[in-house]
Design a binder for this molecule. Sequence first.
Ligand code: ATP
Length: 269
Amino acid sequence: PSSMREVMLEIPNVSWNDIGGQQDTKTQLKEAVDWPLNHAKAFRRLGIRPPKGVLLYGPPGCSKTLTAKALATEAKVNFIAVRGPELFSKWVGESEKAVRDLFRKARAAAPSIVFFDEIDALTVSRGSSGEGTSVADRVLSQLLTELDGIEPLVEVTVVAATNMLENIDPAILRPGRIDRKIYVGLPDSSTRKAIFDIQFRKMACGRSMHVDRLVEMTDGFSGAEVVSLCQEAGMKAMSENPDADCVEMKHFEECRMRFRSRISPEALE
Ligand code: ATP
């Protein structure tokens, strides 16, 4: 019986159109993941090694997970997701086995993307006291073994994500491992506009609505916060009038104040 039964294996249903803006990220990811999966011959012809893995880093709520899913959907490959901390909590005592099973499953499901969220959880505090090796130590070295063992072109790509690049063990990022880093930052104004547009496809908006104003007043928001503001404005409209048939600008303005952007300047790179 596999200890990894609960690991999600799916073809996600997120398309590039569900993600506002972030054009740069999309392009870089396609090169790093889509090409190796779908243009293996070109890599052979050119004699270059396709990337084995990609690290998405940047502040929380800015579409790292969403992007990884869209990548799998659009490339029509399987998607296997695991969160770093889960390896220690869910599979106590069998964390290394969990890592092994994860990659076995990914190979069996190839072509596939293994999405490793919060990979910073595998950081080892080197030199810390204690005898023998810690669990984190062993999980990390298992991960490195698996990464080193993935043959290029076997159609398994690792996409990892973190909010804390500085906490990633440098061994993970060495050439031939997860050696591509892509910064996914806060949405700029055109990206925020695109996120509002996506939200407004499914929201009834009153005549007072003014997207450019909304874009201005959400400077510094993460994508998740923009979505959440829309949600709260809708709730506000309902609390005023349960029969409301649309949201208006004033609902957004009233909710805006509750969003002190939670993103600290240090998280901005
Ligand atoms: P974390 O680091 O907290 O895991 P993340 O960077 O992986 O965050 P996601 O989980 O991808 O962020 O995004 C959270 C939510 O924010 C998404 O489910 C989506 O609703 C919204 N969101 C963020 N960025 C965008 C975007 N560019 N377009 C559309 N929705 C977005």
